[in-house]
Structures are given as C-alpha cells and as structure tokens.
Ligand binder design. Structure first.
Ligand code: UDP
Ligand code: MG
Length: 313
C-alpha cells in the first residue's frame, strides 16, 4: 500500500487546522490503497495551533507534528517537513485549503500510471489576493524569467506530489536562503503540470504582507540569477561612453565660444544622479554579499522546540 506524506506548514492557523483535517480525512477515504501521513509543522505560532496539532496526534496516529522554537518562515517549515516525511510519495499543502485536497487523486494517478516523478500545480487565477499583489507577482515572474537560468512557472504553487527520490534531492540542498520554487525547478525531473483555479482562503488571513513577499522575491532573484551584479558594470560602461561624448562637446564648445562659467545647477543634478546610481549598484552587491555571509555561517535552517516524535522516544 502506498503512503502519501503531507507536509503542512502552519503559522497562527488555529482557524484553518480543524477545517483542513476534516477535508483531508474525507479525501483519504476516497482514495483506495493509499494511506496518508500528516506532518503539521508549527512555524512558531502564537495561537492554539500547536495544541490543536497535539489533540489530533492523540486521537489519530497518522498525525505528526514538528514545532519550531520561533517563526523561521514557510521555507524552513517545508524543509523540516520534507526531512521528516517517510512516505514513498510526498506532497506540500497550505493549511488554508487554497490547495484543494481533491486534486490529490488526479496527481496520484499521474505519478503512478503515467511515469512522472513530480505532479505540480499552478493556478490560473490568483483569487483571494489583492490587485496590488497580483500585479507585483506578475512583474516579478516576468523579470525573474528574463534573468534566471532556471524557469520559474508563473502561478506555480508549492502544492506538488513528489516521489521520494525527488524529495531526497531537495533535502540535499541545505542552503540557508531558500527559494523552493527555484529549487524544484533546478533539480529537474519529469514533471506534469496541473492547472486549477485556486479558491480563496478558507479561514484566517494571509501570513504574507507586502514586505515579507518582497523579501521573498529578492530571495528568488539573488538565489537564482547573477544578472543584477552585471548591472553595475553595464551602467558604468554606459556612463563612461556618455562622459566621453560630453567631454568632446565641451572641448569643441570652449574652442568656438571660449569658456563662459555656467552650468552649476546641471552639475549638481548630474552629481546627484551618479551618486544615486553608485549607491544602487553598491546596494545590489551588498545584497549578494549579505546572502553569502549568511550562507557561510552554516546556521541551522530551523530549530525544533518539540515534536510528536521526541515525545514517544
Ligand atoms: N506559513 C508558515 N510560516 C510563515 C508564513 C506562512 O508556515 O511564516 C504557512 C501558512 O500557515 C500557510 C502557508 O504557509 O499554511 C501559506 O501561507 P498563506 O496562505 O498565508 O500565504 P498566501 O496564500 O497568502 O500566499
Ligand atoms: Mg494561502
């Protein structure tokens, strides 16, 4: 009998956990010859999420939980869950039911019968997200696909069913600054894409505000492209060419009309402009340097405070 491990990152999700559990159990009943193993990862929640996980674990041995010592972020929760999962197939799901459990049936069929290693999902619409976020995300995908070597699928969700061997490769990548969408794309494997219209969040609010999302986007760009680093060089070269041209103009002008002292305001504007560009480029280099700095410290991706496994030892 096949076992599907379901990894569910949770951050302050006391409203969604019971709804999710009910739905996933319904789904398990529908699927013959498959058992589920649930890995709830409590990413430092401050509400009753952990208590709910413990209650579920008490009454259902298929439910396991890992609880972090603080909020480490969804990426860290994904990593911890993937490491702990024991099933021969493993999937990632959000607890807010924006990843419909009913798709698991189709995903499982594809992976077992059609010879795929991964069945990934992408949503056609971004229901339940603000206009601002939709626009920002669209720009981001447009940009990253231009400058990154691995393809980032617009609308891709983290919801995907993977064979164990695929997950093993993901776990091998122990980088601290994680951008899973890029990592999944980086490892390759035969992937089938399923498209669906994603529903709105079942309960609670999104855990990603603009700045968290922005930082995540920067993570993606810095992690999967070095093109921004070349910007300094290209812009520098461009300005050298422009200044060369300007010097010529000034020499010719002085020779013809002698040298009237003027142009102070334009000089200040140019100085401001160039200093801005220089700082911007230094900032880009700083961004890469800071990520490298964090990477060299080899800090753990997450720290456990407690888990269902320890308790039984
Ligand atoms: N999440 C997490 N840690 C965080 C933020 C989010 O584990 O720091 C979890 C959250 O509980 C949910 C999933 O990641 O199960 C997706 O979060 P959310 O639905 O808020 O994101 P959105 O759908 O708005 O992108
Ligand atoms: Mg969500």
């Amino acid at each position: 009998m096949d076992k599907i491990s379901i990894v569910i990152p949770c951050y302050n999700e006391e409203e969604s956990i019971p709804l999710f559990y009910k739905e996933i159990k319904k789904q398990e009943e529908k699927m013959e010859n498959v058992s589920f193993e649930l890995w709830f990862v409590d990413d430092g929640s401050k509400d009753k999420s952990l208590e709910l996980m413990k209650e579920l674990h008490e009454k259902d041995k298929e439910v396991h939980y890992l609880s972090f010592s603080r909020n480490f972020g969804k990426e860290a929760a994904i990593y911890a869950g993937l490491e702990a999962a024991t099933g021969n197939y493993i999937t990632l799901m959000d607890v807010d039911l924006q990843d419909p459990p009913k798709l698991l049936e189709e995903m499982y069929e594809s992976i077992t019968k059609e010879g795929y290693d991964v069945v990934a999902t992408k949503s056609t619409s971004r229901n339940g997200y603000s206009f601002f976020r939709k626009t920002f995300t669209k720009w981001f995908y447009h940009l990253i696909n231009k400058i990154s070597k691995v393809e980032m699928v617009d609308g891709a969700r983290d919801y995907r069913l993977m064979k164990r061997k695929v997950v093993k490769e993901i776990i091998k990548m122990k980088e601290y600054n994680r951008y899973s969408k890029g990592l999944f794309s980086f490892i390759g494997f035969k992937t089938k894409w399923i498209t669906y219209e994603n529903p709105e969040r079942s309960a609670g609010n999104t855990k990603f505000n603009f700045w968290k999302l922005f930082a995540y986007a920067v993570e993606g760009i810095v992690g999967f492209s070095t093109v921004p680093l070349a910007i300094a060089a290209i812009v520098g070269l461009l300005f050298c060419l422009i200044s060369f041209f300007m010097i010529l103009v000034i020499i010719v002008r002085t020779l013809i009309w002698s040298d009237p002292t003027s142009g102070w305001p334009s000089m200040v504007c140019i100085m401001f402009f160039l200093s801005g560009i220089q700082l911007f480029c230094t900032g880009i280099i700083g961004e890469y340097l800071s990520k490298t700095y964090l990477e060299t410290k080899h800090r753990p991706i997450y720290i456990l405070r407690e888990s269902s496994e320890e308790e039984e030892e």
